[in-house]
Design a protein around this ligand. Sequence first.
Ligand code: PXP
Length: 249
Amino acid sequence: MAELRLGVNVDHVATVRNARGGAVPDPVRAALLAIDAGADGITAHLREDRRHIRDDDMRRLKAAIAKPLNFEMAATEAMLDIALRVRPRACCLVPENRTERTTEGGLNVVGGFNHLKPFVAELGRAGIRVSLFIEPSAEALEAAAALRAAVVELHTGAWCDALARGERERGDHEFGRLRVAAAQTASLGLECHAGHGLDFDTARTIAALPQIVELNIGHFLIGEAIFVGLAESVRQMRAAMEEGRRQAK
Ligand code: PXP
C-alpha cells in the first residue's frame, strides 16, 4: 500500500501574523518546525487578496524548505506568473471567491474546462505537478483526467461539516462519495489527495482509503498548536493517520 503523506498548510500562521502587521509569527519558521515534526510537505495558498500568505512568503518557503512546496492558487494569469517564478513542486488549482472565509467548494472542472486547460498545460510544461481541488463526483474526476492533471485533491469539507454538525446520515453519505471517488482515481490514472476541514478523527477515518496518498491539513493543526505546540500537533496528526492507514484494505 502506498505511503500516506501529510502536507501541512501554514496559511493561518500568516493570518495571525497579519492581525498585528509585522513579521511574527513567521509561516516559514512554522513550516520548518512542521517538517522537523514529520510533515512530508508544506502547503500555502496565495490568495488574490493576500489575506494570509504573501508573495514574499512563497519565495521564502521555497528557498527554506527541503520538502515539497504545494502552491495553492486560483487559475489566473497573475498567479500563473508568480507560480512559474517560484517553481514549487506542485500547484493545486482552487476556486476563489473574495467573500468566502475559506475555499468553500471544488473547482468547476466541467464548466471551466476550457479556462483551466492552458493553466494545467503551462504548469505541467514547467515541470510543476498540477493538482485540481474537486468535489468527489464522477463528472469532476473525468474532467480532471481529460485535462491531464496529475493529481486530484478531493474536497472533504462537506463530510467534515456534516460530522461537526452531528449529522451522522449526511456524514455517511458524504464519506461514501469520497470512497467511490477515491476508488475511481485509480482507473483514471490520477494521484489522489484529500483535504479541507480535517481533524484527528476525520484524518484517521479517511486514511483508511488506500488510494489516498496525501492529506493537506491546516486550520485544525494550527488551532491545536495553541494548546499543545505545533510539533506535538503534527506528531499527533501523523499518529492518527498511521492508525487509520493500518485499517486500510
Ligand atoms: N486543501 C485545499 C485545496 C485547501 O484550499 C485548504 C484550505 O486552504 C486545505 C486543503 C486545508 O484545509 P483546512 O485548513 O481546513 O485544513
